[in-house]
Design a protein around this ligand. Structure first.
Ligand code: SAH
Ligand code: SF4
Length: 350
């Protein structure tokens, strides 16, 4: 497809494009408003002259995502989606209700190249990066499907956002634009497995987002056994990048720690974790690991999880256990897409 991805463009970029098409500058804002409020065709843009709409149709396309599967929790209203993209690829998103509003967890890539051992998203590597417009579309479609305004976003679905740096940054700029979805950067979390060069570049933007770092282990031996990325950037390098990031942004960092039975859940691990996090203003989010069909690990029992949390708190670390949403539609990150793909492949074989 050689057409321009118009929904990924900023107002300034639209102005330049319109100028090249011989159109007045003021149309850029009108166009931006349509695109960022979820318009699916140029014909909807009734305040634009038909001649302009025709030019746009010739040169541009409007990205979107289509609902392929929708699983709604009867317990808490959480909805998990499998969306399809223009090229037939699948991604996942989750819509969640919290006291403070509606949150969407978005994917940033189709698949993932980081290869963490506990995660279904990375099992077959990365297929491709998502564009900013495809990230925005997940929020728009989930909001529309549930008839609500989305107030919070977490970039914690499939993919490594800092391995798709420029599209992720573009997404952050577009999603927070007032004429668009207007979701404040303070209401957005970006989760990374620890791509140090990405954290260093992100720091320069000084976005008031929450940086979530998937730490999952208190030392290099355990972390390297679970996360390939640790062989490139070890814990020392990662925590140095976090400290530097915090110096610039002054934002509290959130560390994700997936508790896996017998791997990283001992009292010794809790003590070691508290020790390495000293001096970083942070919060530790404990996630009972979600079993993945392709792996053999389990989550620890409830008492072990609570004991781990209590140990961290007693050592002065701010820690909570992540609330499980949508327990009855349970399927961890990347698993739904695999299942839908498997069904497709079986269809093709038939
Ligand atoms: N690639 C980014 C963001 C997407 S993954 C990252 O790794 O941070 C979002 C979160 O889900 C990460 O903290 C990841 O470690 C966690 N995760 C992935 N698979 C999991 C599983 N099976 N159980 C618990 N957490 C998991
Ligand atoms: Fe990729 Fe994150 Fe899954 Fe690791 S946990 S494979 S970085 S999506």
């Amino acid at each position: 497809m050689n057409k321009t991805d118009i929904k990924s463009m900023t107002v300034t970029e639209l102005q330049e494009m319109l100028k090249a098409l011989g159109e007045p500058k003021f149309r850029a804002k009108q166009l931006f408003c349509w695109l960022q409020s979820g318009a699916e065709s140029f014909d909807e843009m009734t305040n634009l002259p038909i001649s302009l709409r025709n030019k746009l149709k010739e040169n541009c396309y409007i990205a979107g995502v289509k609902i392929v599967k929708r699983f709604e929790s009867k317990i808490d209203g959480t909805v998990k989606y499998v969306f399809s993209l223009f090229d037939g690829e699948y991604i996942e998103s989750v819509f969640m209700k919290y006291e403070h509003g509606y949150t969407v967890c978005i994917s940033t890539q189709v698949g993932c190249n980081m290869g963490c051992s506990f995660c279904a998203s990375g099992l077959n590597g990365k297929v491709r990066d998502l564009t900013a417009s495809e990230m925005l579309s997940q929020i728009m479609t989930a909001g529309k499907d549930n008839g609500v305004r989305i107030s919070n976003v977490v970039m914690m679905g499939m993919g490594e956002p800092l391995d798709n740096f420029s599209n992720s940054v573009r997404f952050l700029q577009l999603v927070s634009a007032e004429e668009g979805l207007g979701i404040g950067l303070r209401h957005i979390s970006l989760s990374t497995s620890g791509v140090v060069t990405g954290i260093e570049k992100l720091k320069e933007y000084n976005f008031p987002i929450t940086l979530s770092v998937s730490l999952h282990a208190p030392n290099d031996k355990i972390r390297s056994s679970m996360m390939r990325v640790n062989k490139k950037w070890n814990i020392e390098a990662l925590l140095k990048a976090c400290r530097d990031y915090q110096k610039v942004t002054t934002r509290r960092i959130s560390f994700e720690y997936a508790l896996i039975d017998g791997v990283n859940d001992s009292d010794e691990c809790a003590k070691e974790l508290a020790h390495i996090l000293k001096g970083i203003m942070c919060h530790v989010n404990l996630i009972p690991a979600n079993p993945v069909k392709e792996n053999s690990f389990k989550k620890p029992d409830k008492n072990k999880i609570l004991a781990f949390k209590q140990r961290l708190i007693s050592l002065g670390v701010n820690a909570t256990v992540r609330r499980t949403l949508g327990a009855d539609i349970d399927a961890s990150c990347g698993q739904l897409r695999r299942r839908v793909k498997e069904c497709d492949d079986n269809e093709k074989l038939r």
